[in-house]
Design a protein. Sequence first.
Length: 205
Amino acid sequence: MALQSLGEVLHISTLNKVKNTGLDYYHFDEYLQQGNTFGDRITHATQAIFDKGYQNVIIIGNDTPGLTSKILKDTSKCLKNDTNVIGLSKDGGLYLIGISKKSFDRDEFQKLAWEDSQLSSSFLKLMHQKATNVFCLRTLYDVDSFQDLLKIKLIELGDLAQFTILLLSSLRSIANNIFFENKLLTSFVYQYILGTRGSPLKLFR
């Protein structure tokens, strides 16, 4: 029950931040995703947004409470200035990818080190090969484990404060790796895509 509530809180919090940007956004849940691997699914979703006529795409998940509307707006500005964007997670992954249509190659994107600590380095290597500019946002924690909740101190984030107190209390006697590593990580990564005709935001789950 606690895990389900955490997912709901993170989802609502992220969605509100997305809406505050004023950008178009799309939610790719498990019913819209296509492909056998995570790389297949996120690549298909990204291609689907470009096929709608958007020139830039911002990909995020809902497992990074430190993500803000300002970060999303700044990413959109960078993309409009021909600069791709990444937001690095503390674990070596990415909590945000901002990529232009001209920098996107479906096959190469699909082959990136998805769900691996080398994702950020593999993306940067690909962009270097394409001789494109990349702006790196500040590194943020994502929520992959019970320890992550303690590190990012969700209690300091207003909309999650009350829930965090309840969650920490209820999980103290539970083996956290069962809840988080097996369920939370696989359920709440890359949930949204945002954008305008210049730059969409995608929510991917």
